[in-house]
Design a binder for this molecule. Sequence first.
Ligand SMILES: Nc1nc2c(ncn2[C@@H]2O[C@H](COP(=O)(O)OP(=O)(O)OP(=O)(O)O)[C@@H](O)[C@H]2O)c(=O)[nH]1
Ligand SMILES: [Mg+2]
Length: 309
Amino acid sequence: MTRLPPIATADEIIDRAFRRAGKEQARRSTSRARKKITAARQVIDATLQQYVKAFPSFDQLHPFHREVLDAAVGIDRLRQALGGIDWARKKCRQIAQEARRRVREGSEEEAVSAAYGRMSSVVHRVDEHLRFLKEARYVINAMPTIDAQAPTVAIAGHPNVGKSSLLRRLSAARPAVAPYPFTTTGIELGHFTVERKYVQHQIQIVEAPGLLDRPLTQKNPVERQALAALYHLADVVVFMLDPTQQCGFTLEAQEHLLEGLKKDLDVAFIEVENKADLLQRDNSRLKISCQSGAGLEALKEKIVETVGV
Ligand SMILES: Nc1nc2c(ncn2[C@@H]2O[C@H](COP(=O)(O)OP(=O)(O)OP(=O)(O)O)[C@@H](O)[C@H]2O)c(=O)[nH]1
Ligand SMILES: [Mg+2]
């Protein structure tokens, strides 16, 4: 998503507008009063318009970003705020127009102070919306790193089964942590590149702690939405089990989670058993060890094949 500009409060905008207007001098046929009114209106107009234009068109957002945005700040609330701010912008134009007419009719100082008063009160009426946008901006600007277009692998499994270790092993560079509204720990993010027919493809890997460790029925609405977002994003889920149970969860619980997620998510699953350096069971799943590196090339191959780049 695009990065948003800093958002000012009503006081700050009005202050800026009137300070700028105060610098105006009369020129030729244009009185100082008219110039002041125009200058104040222009500052308010440009500032508010910048805010409205800076936010992406919600209908055109990738479903992943839309879900994220909705869960994080609420799209209806955002729409309401942007609508209110646009209303204030138009209202100030109208006020300025009327005030310039009054200046022509003679009452210069009165017209200016009346216009200032009305513009200030209009902008203050949307102060709550401005403050909301200010907060929303922090949240939105904190999550730009996830590329909704890139082929994406989500790593799922119980805590401590080795998801972060796998992410690090598969990633070409050091993984980044994307601050994310659903979890206090953030989403870990990495990627690797594969070459197919002389074309380089970037495959994105995400680990969303706490998102995929319980079935959907046990989740709160925000977590459900997060999962929905991840579902829009992931082309394949690598589900990791820890057969040693050193992670602190029984194999039964892990298998149960896997079955639940397979029902909830309509994407391809690759099932792997990690910690093969300690224990390898006899079954058809891929065996890997994030400790020794065993099985990781085979897993990469399988991912590339499943993603289909
Ligand atoms: N022996 C062995 N230990 C491993 C292997 N992979 C991970 N571990 C260890 O398992 C522990 C948990 O690994 P993490 O990668 O942090 O697990 P995680 O699934 O990301 O955990 P959460 O983010 O808390 O859900 C760490 O102490 C790792 O060193 C492995 O293949 N073999
Ligand atoms: Mg982790």
